[in-house]
Design a protein around this ligand. Structure first.
Ligand code: F6P
Length: 558
């Protein structure tokens, strides 16, 4: 295993520190003195036009960031990932989500197997299955077509599928509704099944491992709910043959663990595999997205994958100085390590992208929330910002106050689209244009602010002038695309995957394991008996946890 370069020891790191100390950020003068600034720092990746000009970029900083990429060998690590090297060192796995969207006919042989051929075999099967559901050829146990698809999964087996379903609603079939059950809170199961017709429902059990507590508990509950409902209405009798037939018609699985799928009682003919080289949070474009594939159909799905692939190719082949994901990742490093940024806002100006920030939270934070590097040495830099956000304009009326006048640097990405899915008008006005005026206004206000003199010139009483000043110089990136199509959505997801990769590569961390989620899972299993009255399990707890459980028990109504 080669050790990562410690970024803090590189000449570029020293140069960035020196530039931070020497240059005071002043967007007004930077734009005034360089009329080409906006143009020079606007880049293209696929259909995405990405304006980086309102970032802390000068030719010197740009050069130092590119130098940093070279000195930590970002390109080498990127090529290792694309080539199938086992860069996920703690799990000894390749990291090949990029193979999920490689075009048919491309070849990538890893451990003697052409993974692209494997991908397309499953993709074709999943596409054919989706068509059978969509056409009504696949029916439930009583012969009725499927009208509700319920995906049961959590983390990467849920956040991606939900986000994509919401984002691509204008492209979905009118006859099929998808729902998503993730939480082990039983209310999630209750609410999502309460009005569902068991004769027309299809459950997709999505779990890479097929062992996740939440998913397997919910899957068993769904199985019981289905059988009980069908038996209660007299649709099936209680014979094991009828039960098995009902499960075969109403349950399919998505997993890397086909043995466990069979154990659960799902026919492996109705299971769609993927591979250990796909991380959960990088899996929405594998069969984990089956619910979405059913909803939008194979052609839209092919466009979605083509969008990913276009950005993969951009990241793989574009020199770093105008490589959009690489530059965005490097800028994030700059803000975290040189300007003390602790969080990063993602603000889509599209209501259809309302789950995109939540999706990015797992992608970025499960990937880069690490304190050790890929050779297990300790990091000596900050890593992993908190990603968060909400669609504009709603966020403007909630948390933007802190973005504009708060004390911290919070870099923000604004994502907007030229063409709306629904071009509605009000009072003769194009409502989308009004909406997008806000997208442009916010980055302008954040960058250029408002001086005390400008506030005074408006006749503001002197005593409240300071409260009405906007410092400006708050960094933003504006991402603009023609429309939120399946292809553009694929491009956006791949963009953030590679931004995340770039940050991880600079910090020298393995962005592809997630050991930090294990401890809590194990402790929950040890604590569960204590909630069921097991005195020994209760006594084994620390005093704080024990008292909390005792208080919980005393509050229980049963
Ligand atoms: O708990 C974290 C995690 O392992 C995620 O990385 C993963 O996406 C999620 O759980 C679900 O895992 P699975 O798909 O195996 O059920």
């Amino acid at each position: 295993m080669t050790s990562p370069v410690d970024p803090t020891t590189t000449p570029a790191w020293a140069a960035l520190g020196e530039l931070r100390d020497r240059l005071s950020v002043d967007f007004r003068s930077w734009f005034d003195s360089d009329p080409a600034r906006a143009k020079n720092y606007t880049f293209r990746a696929g259909d995405l036009i990405v304006d980086l000009s309102k970032n802390y970029l000068t030719p010197e900083i740009h050069g130092a960031l590119v130098g940093l990429a070279e000195q930590v060998d970002l390109a080498g690590r990127r090529d290792a990932m694309f080539g199938g090297a086992k860069i996920n060192t703690t799990e000894n796995r390749s990291v090949l989500h990029t193979a999920l969207r490689a075009p048919a006919g491309a070849q990538l042989v890893v451990d003697g197997v052409d993974v692209v051929a494997q991908v397309h075999e499953v993709l074709d099967r999943a596409g054919a299955f989706a068509e059978r559901i969509r056409s009504g050829e696949w029916t439930g146990v009583t012969g009725k077509p499927i009208s509700t698809v319920i995906n049961i999964g959590i983390g990467g087996s849920d956040l991606g599928p939900v986000m994509v379903y919401e984002a691509l609603k204008p492209y979905k079939s009118d006859t099929i509704e998808c729902r998503f059950i993730s939480n082990i809170d039983p209310t999630d199961m209750f609410e999502k099944t309460r009005d569902v017709d068991p004769e027309t429902v299809l459950f997709i059990i999505a779990s890479k491992t097929f062992t996740t507590l939440e998913t397997m508990t919910n899957a068993r509950m769904a199985k019981n709910w289905l059988i009980n409902s069908l038996e209660h209405s007299g649709t099936i009798d209680g014979s094991s043959a009828q039960r098995a037939r009902a499960i075969a018609r109403h349950f399919v699985a998505v997993s890397t663990n086909l043995e466990k799928v069979a154990e659960f009682g799902i026919d492996t003919d109705n299971a769609f595999g993927f591979w250990d080289w796909v991380g959960g949070r990088y899996s929405v474009d594998s069969s984990v997205g089956l619910a979405d594939l059913v909803a939008v159909g194979p052609q839209n799905w092919a466009d979605f994958l083509a969008g990913f692939h276009e950005i993969d190719e951009h990241f793989r082949t574009t020199p770093i100085d105008h490589n959009v994901p690489a530059l965005m990742g490097l800028l994030n490093v700059l803000y975290v390590n040189f300007y003390g940024a602790q969080s990063h806002a993602v603000l889509p100006y599209s209501q259809y992208l309302h789950r995109f920030p939540a999706y990015l939270q797992q992608l970025t934070m499960e990937s880069n929330g690490k304190s050790t590097r890929w050779d297990s040495s300790a990091v000596d830099t900050q890593t992993g910002e908190v990603f968060w956000g909400e669609p504009g304009t709603n966020g403007q009326h909630a948390f933007y106050q802190l973005l504009h006048q708060g004390t911290r640097v919070i870099p923000a990405d604004f994502i907007g689209f030229a063409n709306p899915a629904h071009p509605l008008r009000e009072g003769g006005q194009d409502v989308h244009a009004l909406f997008m005026s806000n997208y442009f206004a916010q980055t302008k206000a954040l960058a250029f602010g408002k001086t005390a003199d400008e506030v005074r010139a408006e006749g503001t009483p002197e005593e409240i002038v300071p409260a009405r000043v906007f410092s400006g110089n708050r960094p933003t990136t504006s991402i603009l695309a023609p429309t939120l199509s399946p292809k553009v959505l694929g491009e956006l997801i791949a963009l953030y995957e590679h931004i995340t990769f770039t940050e991880g590569a600079v910090w020298g961390i393995n962005s592809f394991d997630q050991w930090g989620v294990e401890l809590g899972k194990k402790l929950a299993l040890q604590i569960a008996p204590a909630l069921g009255g097991d005195e020994q399990a209760l006594d084994a707890q620390d005093t704080s946890t024990r008292l909390l459980i005792e208080n919980y028990t005393s509050l229980r109504a049963d």
